[in-house]
Design a protein around this ligand. Sequence first.
Ligand code: IMP
Ligand code: MG
Length: 177
Amino acid sequence: MQIQVFDKTFEPYITATQINEQIKKIAAQLNIDYAGKRPLFIAILNGSFMFASDLFKELTIDAEICFIKLASYKGTKSTGNVITSIGLDIPLTDRHLIIVEDIVDTGKTLDAFLPQLINQQPVTLKIAALLHKPEALQFPVTIDYLGFEVPNKFLLGYGLDYDGLGRNLKEIYKLVE
Ligand code: IMP
Ligand code: MG
């Protein structure tokens, strides 16, 4: 069923079941790759809170999680400016880091943020993203754990918002143009 948020109409695109299946697969791989390494997950707010939470619940290994806030989006367009508004308070040196992102779009957010992490000399640094828009990528970003490749369309739900609304949807919706 289509839904309306402000001036825009969205149609169902990825079901809650499909999301959960992909998250279980990613978690199963992480459980193998990080056994005994006590990785630190760094989830990027706001969008990734739901993915981070569902992914973290599927982990059976010892793991830590923390949250930072970065943003480059306003409305349905990337502004190109990445703002950091909550910093990191955990030392990253000698840690295994996994960045948790809801969606990699232009790659600008991660391109701006990753050097700050690399500066602190973690042992490894990998990226887990639920969604990736390969056609929109402007900055090179390698995604190590990916849920879905999606077209260059504005998506809503499961943490993703349109001007603050829609994050609570259990499914992912696509903008009807
Ligand atoms: P990037 O810096 O262009 O890669 O954009 C990354 C951030 O923009 C994501 O973490 C999201 O928070 C937001 N974003 C990108 N695409 C969408 C979308 O289709 N819907 C809602 N938010 C999006
Ligand atoms: Mg985000």
